[in-house]
Design a protein around this ligand. Structure first.
Ligand code: SAM
Length: 170
């Protein structure tokens, strides 16, 4: 099971970027996302995507991130530009345990660096939690997310010209 924790969500400033973190988590094979600040509108947006495009991805907002991390029974990976090299560290992550991938927004408190089993950088330049999560999940799943079946009401068929989709009736 792959879970994602998004820290420091501010509903008015971060609506779009946190939505993108959640959409990347879902598309790139995570099973659930936790957001530290309560945001019912964000929950509705992501649940609506799951309803139309499929899968059992879940979103929970208003989660106490400190308690979640303290009580996590699997592996915790924190993505930070200060972390260890992705290429050297991914092979060390145990595959038989649940994994919690933590991404920040502004300054991440030292608690999360200290409680992570692995602090991993996606390069050592500052960029984005969306990009960091996508690249981490791509590498961690070895690209298997591309074959994930979603079985939604809307099924998009790859096409080299135009839009090709099937919409299932209820
Ligand atoms: N100043 C912040 C810090 O101290 O980490 C960086 C803020 S950045 C806009 C937001 C989040 O994106 C970070 O908390 C981290 O999870 C992710 N991120 C940004 N650049 C990254 C990188 N090079 N490697 C891994 N994660 C990165």
């Amino acid at each position: 099971m792959i879970s994602v924790l998004r820290l420091g969500h501010r509903p008015f400033r971060d609506k779009r970027i946190t939505t993108h973190v959640a959409l990347v988590a879902r598309a790139f094979m995570a099973d659930e996302i936790f957001i530290d600040t309560k945001d019912e509108e964000l929950e509705r947006t992501i649940n609506s995507v799951c309803d139309r495009f499929g899968n059992s991805f879940s979103i929970k907002t208003g989660v106490n991130s400190y308690n979640l991390v303290k009580n996590w029974r699997g592996i915790i990976v924190h993505l930070t530009m200060y972390g260890a090299d992705l290429r050297k560290t991914i092979p060390k992550i145990p595959r038989d345990k649940d994994i919690l991938v933590v991404v920040g927004s502004e300054k991440v408190p030292p608690f999360f660096y200290e409680h992570a089993d692995f602090n991993i950088s996606i390069g050592n330049q500052p960029h984005s939690e969306v990009a960091a999560l996508a690249i981490f999940l791509d590498r961690f799943t070895e690209g298997r997310w591309l074959d994930k079946k979603f079985d939604g009401k809307i099924i998009i068929h790859p096409s080299d010209k135009g839009k090709d989709a099937t919409i299932k009736e209820d």
